[in-house]
Write a protein that binds this ligand. Structure first.
Ligand SMILES: Cc1ncc(COP(=O)(O)O)c(C=O)c1O
Length: 385
């Protein structure tokens, strides 16, 4: 797990050989990103986070694509959030200096990677316990490196993160260790999704998460710590949590593409979804069902909070089709059902909006940027599992 692992592309430059191509001439299935929609999403989020008056640090897991990251930087991102060492290494190798690794580095390989990556500069690591911090602190001290860390706080998701009332004691323990330096606090308020399409309930939960995190930062300051970073992060709560007083940065990820799940949560309209899987009808043997060449290895099997089915079925232009459900998937076969399938024929081209953009990204080695119904650039997706 070397921090120096090289990106296949280095600078995120795309491949245009053989392009542009009409969608009809692309091999299926293929992963598409509508560039106009993506740019609109980037503009809108930059505007909204700008209104909140906080920094924008998108989560890189949604695209794992340097070309997309470059567009996020062009729209004012101050840095990126990562989940995995491979994502951190990819961005560091591309020259990105301000990275928050929002995952606990546990185990010898990740600890060694963390120390090496911190030594390269600009990396802050999430920590939430003495058990995680101790081996990291020891390895960093041995290497003569100081690790900037952010305390992960649980504001309701109940995943990683300390309870708010344990933050002061935990930071006291962590800052008493050699080689650890507090930069601030972070939370991932993903629990707001449990409000489903109840947008008011979701917004209130996001606001509460932001206020809770800001209170934790105040408590740490009252205990004598500097706490410049107060970082919230999610797409559904991007309209609420970053607006709470005291929050300093927002880390939405999915917003770059949106997805069926975000449509269900009221975070986006279908027309804003930029990522689609291009597929063809390959079999139509039984009335009421057609089979496409995109199954769970194209879509991921992530059904997520509200979408349920495997994705929203659209025509080749990206317009949703009525009366068609993506009911099930085998590895390379998708089952479309419902009365709308009666008009589908073998060879028809479809586009599917995935339930969860980030899970779908991880299934693919390349994406195509699409404009005016044509694939115009091809870019690698890297740092996949
Ligand atoms: C730590 C962290 N920050 C930010 C995000 C971004 O949230 P979203 O995918 O809702 O944009 C996630 C998503 O899983 C996350 O885990």
């Amino acid at each position: 797990m070397a921090a120096g692992r090289r990106s296949a592309t280095g600078d995120g430059a795309g491949v245009t050989a053989g392009l542009p191509l009409p969608l009809d001439e692309l091999p299926t299935p293929a992963l598409l990103v509508d560039r106009v929609r993506m740019e609109a999403n980037l503009t809108a989020m930059a505007g909204s986070i700008g209104e909140a008056g906080v920094a924008l640090r998108p989560h890189f897991k949604t695209s794992k694509c340097l070309a997309v990251a470059r567009r996020q930087l062009a729209h004012g991102a101050t840095g990126f959030t990562c989940a995995t060492p491979a994502e951190v290494a990819l961005l560091q190798n591309a020259g990105i200096k301000d990275i928050l690794w929002a995952h606990q580095p546990v185990g010898p390989a990740k600890v060694a990677f963390a120390v090496e990556a911190v030594a390269r500069g600009g990396l802050t690591i999430a920590l939430d316990s003495v058990e995680v911090a101790q081996p990291l602190s020891e390895a960093a001290a041995k290497a003569g490196v100081t690790v900037p860390f952010a305390l992960e706080v649980d504001t309701g998701l109940h995943r990683a993160g300390v309870d708010p009332d344990k933050a002061v004691a935990t930071v006291a323990a962590l800052t008493s260790m050699p080689a650890l330096e507090l930069r601030g606090v972070l939370t991932h308020e993903g629990h707001v999704a449990k409000h489903g399409s109840d947008r008011a309930g979701l917004e209130a939960a996001g606001d509460l998460a932001g206020r809770t995190l800001a209170q934790v930062a105040e408590a740490l300051r009252a205990d004598g710590h500097e706490c410049p970073l107060v970082s919230v992060g999610s797409t559904p709560a991007a309209t609420s949590a970053p607006f709470a007083d005291g929050v300093t940065e927002a880390r939405p990820g999915t917003y770059v593409y949106f997805d069926a799940n975000q449509v269900g949560l009221g975070s986006a309209r279908i027309e804003q979804c930029a990522q689609t899987v291009l597929a063809r009808v390959v079999s139509a043997q039984r009335p009421g069902t057609v089979i496409i060449d995109a199954g769970i290895k194209a879509m991921s099997s992530d059904s997520m909070a509200t979408a349920g089915i495997l994705g929203i079925v659209c025509d080749a232009s990206g317009a949703p089709l009525d009366g068609i459900t993506f009911a099930n998937g085998n590895e390379e076969h998708g089952y479309l059902t419902g009365p709308g399938t009666a008009s589908l024929r073998v060879g028809d081209l479809l586009r599917i909006i995935p339930n969860h953009a980030c899970g779908t990204t991880n299934m693919w080695s390349f994406l195509h940027f699409v404009e005016n119904g044509r694939a115009v650039e091809r870019h690698p997706i890297e740092a996949r599992h």
